[in-house]
Design a protein around this ligand. Structure first.
Ligand code: ZN
Length: 261
């Protein structure tokens, strides 16, 4: 009975949100301060990987976000979170995990077309293996020199930090930073947890290696947000279906705004 009620409420909520969006009305306050960071993986057509979305869907999503929100760099959003300053805008950030070659081939030209900044989180040890589905160091260095692109660490070898010993977590956090800084000649101060898995020791270690923020793959952001576990909306095949994308974005922004009241 309660299960059915919950299911009905959810269906009703989705129906209502869909109607508002179809009329061009956003189901949350555009005046309220808020933010949302999206997390992409592969951007490629005909890829069965559940986190792969087509370049066409990606372009639709960027256009929608650029038309309705202020797309900012991750650094600007972290500054906004850390200072707690109110803005009258909803800030949106774009991130990519893992460093797939299709990001370079298909997503990058679309980011350039809409002049949208993005952050790429990569694993130096995986890049070293030179798999054809990942970017090479040459491609990474090329785009790292583009003004609107930033890079962050995704650990050394994409290991789930939550199951490692402290000394091994430290290696993942510190060595990945050193290698990326040497290769890219840029400061690496952002970290995305592989699989979104965090260990209680991580924050202290990230702070001691001068990272200023960490990102997970669960949307748990509220007023008391910790900059070392910032939640992101993970894009996948299901929430990229037209209408569902707008609803997923609306839901994420509304839940943050409601928690901030
Ligand atoms: Zn990953």
């Amino acid at each position: 009975m309660i299960k059915n009620l919950k299911k009905n409420c959810k269906t009703e909520y989705l129906r209502f949100t869909k109607i508002l969006l179809s009329k061009g009305i956003l189901p949350f306050s555009k005046k309220n301060n808020g933010f949302l960071i999206l997390n992409y993986h592969s951007v490629q057509k005909d890829n069965n990987y559940p986190f792969a979305i087509s370049p066409e869907d990606f372009e639709f999503q960027l256009r929608y976000l650029a038309n309705n929100f202020k797309i900012k760099t991750v650094a600007e959003i972290v500054e906004h979170i850390s200072t707690g300053k109110n803005t009258s805008d909803i800030l949106v950030g774009i991130t990519f995990d893992d460093g797939y070659i299709d990001n370079y081939k298909y997503a990058l030209p679309i980011l350039q077309k809409y002049n949208v900044p993005a952050m790429f989180f990569i694993n130096p040890n995986i890049i070293d293996l030179q798999y054809e589905s990942f970017m090479s160091w040459k491609e990474i260095i090329e785009i790292a020199n583009m003004e609107f692109i930033q890079f962050g660490s995704h650990g050394l070898s994409h290991l789930p930090l939550s199951v490692l010993q402290k000394k091994d977590i430290e290696i993942e956090i510190s060595k990945s930073k050193t290698i990326l800084e040497n290769r890219l000649k840029k400061d690496i101060i952002f970290f995305a947890f592989p699989f979104g898995m965090v260990h209680p020791e991580c924050q202290e270690l990230l702070e001691s290696y001068h990272y200023i923020a960490g990102f997970i793959t669960v949307l748990n952001n509220d007023k008391t947000i910790n900059p070392y576990t910032i939640g992101r909306l993970v894009m996948n095949k299901n929430n990229s279906i037209p209408n569902y994308f707008e609803i997923a974005v609306a839901k994420a922004i509304r839940s943050y705004q409601n928690s901030s009241l």
